[in-house]
Design a protein around this ligand. Structure first.
Ligand SMILES: NC(=O)c1ccc[n+]([C@@H]2O[C@H](COP(=O)([O-])OP(=O)(O)OC[C@H]3O[C@@H](n4cnc5c(N)ncnc54)[C@H](OP(=O)(O)O)[C@@H]3O)[C@@H](O)[C@H]2O)c1
Length: 325
């Protein structure tokens, strides 16, 4: 079979945004259990630049060259042997093989989403319901799934409980606020002045400007804290939890010693949502129950600007790359 080619972002060494290069590379073919997806939108998440600059190499050692990007939406181009759930033309979203995974395509390049085509394992893809746009679909694995995880799978949030969500305007936070309200919880969010109205519009019952108010002075006895900031924010969060409450960190394994001292639980990346959970989230966005705020959309060849924007850590919603649409 003759080789086909595609445009993809290639990274050949750790470094700043300048190591992100648009190249023509061999288009991969799906093996057994895999699907080739024509990418429409790929999401840009903080982990993308943390891997690229080498700061995560102790946790995610990277093989070079690699195509960055974890999550995307697109259309099934072809399916490998043994794939019965997907056929060419299906609209899908999901995780393509992670940029850190031990996986190489034919030309020796590690597969990723920031490319015209990418390989996804069939169990990492979900069909898009009618009414869901490709833009919104690309935000699900890159934010809404994490919000579901921290609230429900890890955080065990119940109707009527109170949750404090740090960074409530961010790619994860925006969904955490809406999903917690959907569940019937009382929601408190933190953001800077420019995002207070936005977080209120998502349904938060109380919004705290973290630049002018110490949240621990005004928040007491919550059931759950979602912390995607870490450091000092984590240290100051223990005292706002009620006995037996839960802190879920998104940045690093939180201190079990501090948790014990305060009579609370602390969790980090122990459990992940199921495919059924993802289908529920997709339907909630498709029918307008929750909305996906998109901070900005960059063409694939401006991925360096997208990474720089993500690194500023002051976005409102998710940053996307437009690839084939
Ligand atoms: N472990 C996992 O499974 C997992 C999954 C997803 C994400 N994460 C991690 O979670 C973190 C957040 O991810 P994300 O995608 O939501 O990031 P993001 O979209 O870049 O977050 C940006 C938001 O953070 C807010 N922010 C910045 N500093 C803050 C502070 N001190 N207090 C409160 N809010 C603050 C900003 O609000 P203002 O602009 O109003 O300041 C902005 O809205 C990242 O470190 C990411 O790597 C982990």
């Amino acid at each position: 079979m003759s080789e086909s080619f595609m445009q993809a972002i290639l990274v050949s060494e750790y470094g700043g945004p300048e190591v992100l290069k648009l190249k023509e590379v061999v288009r991969p073919n799906p093996s057994a259990g895999e699907v080739l997806v024509k990418i429409h939108y790929a999401s840009v998440i903080p982990l993308d630049w943390k891997i690229r600059d080498g700061s995560m190499q102790a946790v995610y050692p990277q093989t070079f060259p690699y195509i960055p990007g974890f999550y995307a939406s697109g259309i099934v181009e072809s399916a490998g042997p043994g794939v019965t759930e997907f056929t060419a033309g299906d609209r899908v979203f999901g995780m393509v093989k992670g940029a850190y995974a031990e996986y190489a395509i034919a030309s020796g390049i590690v597969n990723g989403a920031d490319s015209e085509y990418a390989i996804a394992p069939m169990n990492e893809l979900v069909k898009m319901p009618d009414g869901l746009s490709f833009e919104d679909a690309a935000t699900i694995r890159a934010g809404a799934e994490t919000a579901w995880k921290v609230l429900f799978t890890e955080g065990e949030l119940e109707t009527g409980q109170t949750v404090l969500i740090h960074a409530a305007a961010g790619g994860v936070g925006q969904f955490a606020v809406q999903l917690a309200k959907w569940k019937g919880a009382h929601v408190i969010g933190t953001a800077s002045a420019s995002n207070l109205d936005f977080v209120t519009s998502l349904g938060a019952d109380q919004v705290i400007d973290y630049t002018t108010t110490a949240f621990e002075d005004v928040v007491k006895r919550v059931d759950l804290v979602i912390d995607s900031v870490g450091g000092d924010t984590e240290n100051r969060s223990w005292s706002v939890l009620k006995q037996g409450g839960i802190l879920v960190s998104l940045t690093h394994p939180p201190s079990q010693e501090n948790a014990q001292n305060h009579g609370v639980k602390a969790k980090f990346n122990t459990k992940f949502p199921t495919k059924a959970n993802l289908q529920t989230i997709a339907q909630l966005i498709a029918d307008g129950t929750i909305k996906a705020e998109i901070d900005s959309i960059f063409p694939l060849d401006q991925i360096n600007k997208a990474h720089e924007k993500s690194k500023e850590k002051h976005g409102r919603g998710r940053i996307l790359l437009r690839v084939n649409s």
